[in-house]
Write a protein that binds this ligand. Structure first.
Ligand SMILES: Nc1nc2c(ncn2[C@@H]2O[C@H](COP(=O)(O)OP(=O)(O)O)[C@@H](O)[C@H]2O)c(=O)[nH]1
Ligand SMILES: [Mg+2]
Ligand SMILES: [Zn+2]
Length: 301
């Protein structure tokens, strides 16, 4: 017997209904009642990126009958007192963490927090430093050198003059990505520059003034003309991510890893105790002071 249900990908959650992409066509779907019941426990039983099975009601309209098992995704803490996880985008391969070389100049402490959150979510991080056209003398490699030394993929781009866009395209091709980073760094501009058909709005005032509201309703998967999709996340801030475990902090700091657990005292606070392996790595120039401060601020041990 053939399965009368069709399989598709949820591209947008509108609250009352969902847009599901099935064989290149968008079908507006409601949610079967039995799935809605789960809502009370998991906040969002269906998220953008979920693979679902739908029954067609009429051309262009259907009902989501099943949600297929999820892979890695990006979540945040749901509003309210109970510690519920709210999945914003499901089945993602990688997160492109976008910051600007200038206007606004990248806050590296915040960049480190994004790295921890992305790694804790099980996604591959790609660091993208945009607006390189605003700094003199080419891409600001030195300031971000430590991230390449750590083995992270680091791209330097300009949505303005096109610099680095081939590298960004190559990183996105045939992969499922989510763009994150502070507002105003050029996420939407970059997507428009590599896929002009998307026509995303840029420099939205709402990104700044209505934090939090749109994260649930307006995350949308954008199909890329060269394969793969990207979810643009307006105003999604790191501190709203679902928290990771302490061991993920260390994974985001491979430069410090050789020295972790090697202090004389097992409860070393890496302050001025004798025999601190991190302090001695700092004195001998093997690690950066800023990275150590960042690691301790995030709660690394
Ligand atoms: N000079 C320069 N400006 C840019 C670049 N990318 C974006 N912008 C500008 O930065 C502002 C914010 O861009 P937007 O794409 O809306 O940022 P988003 O909030 O991260 O999506 C807009 O005024 C853009 O024109 C860039 O590479 N260079
Ligand atoms: Mg934007
Ligand atoms: Zn120590």
């Amino acid at each position: 017997m053939t399965d009368p249900l069709l399989e598709g990908t949820v591209v947008q959650n509108h609250g009352a209904h969902f847009d599901v992409l099935v064989d290149g066509r968008t079908v507006r779907c409601l949610l079967r009642g039995k799935l809605k019941k789960d809502e009370r426990r998991s906040v969002a039983p269906v998220a953008a990126g979920d693979r679902v099975k739908i029954a067609m009601l009429e051309p262009g309209r259907g009902v989501i009958e099943h949600v297929l098992p999820r892979g890695s995704g990006l979540s945040r803490k749901a509003a309210g007192s109970a510690p519920l996880q709210h999945t914003l985008v499901a089945n993602v391969d990688q997160a492109v963490i976008v910051f600007a070389a200038a206007e606004p100049r990248a806050d590296l402490f915040l960049l480190d927090r994004f790295l921890v959150a992305v790694i804790a979510s099980g996604l591959d991080p790609v660091v993208c430093i945009n607006k390189t056209d605003l700094v003199d003398g080419g891409p600001p490699h030195a300031r971000f050198a430590v991230y390449r030394q750590c083995g992270f993929r680091v791209l330097f781009t300009s949505a303005e003059n096109g610099g680095g866009l081939p590298d960004l395209k190559a990183a996105l091709e045939d992969r499922r990505s989510v763009f994150c980073g502070p507002s105003g760094v050029g996420k939407s501009s970059l997507l428009n520059a590599i896929a002009p058909g998307l026509q995303l709005r840029t420099a939205e005032v709402g990104d700044v003034t209505h934090k939090g509201r749109h994260a649930t309703t307006s995350i949308k998967l954008l199909e890329l003309p060269f394969g793969g999709w990207v979810a643009d996340t307006p105003g999604l801030r790191q501190f709203s991510f679902w928290e990771g475990k302490p061991e993920h902090v260390a994974v985001a700091f491979p430069d410090l890893q050789p020295y972790l657990g090697r202090c004389k005292y097992s409860n070393c606070t890496h302050g001025d105790e004798p025999g601190c392996a991190l302090r001695s790595a700092l004195s001998s120039g093997h690690i950066e002071r800023r990275r150590l401060r960042s690691y301790l601020q995030i709660g690394g041990r």
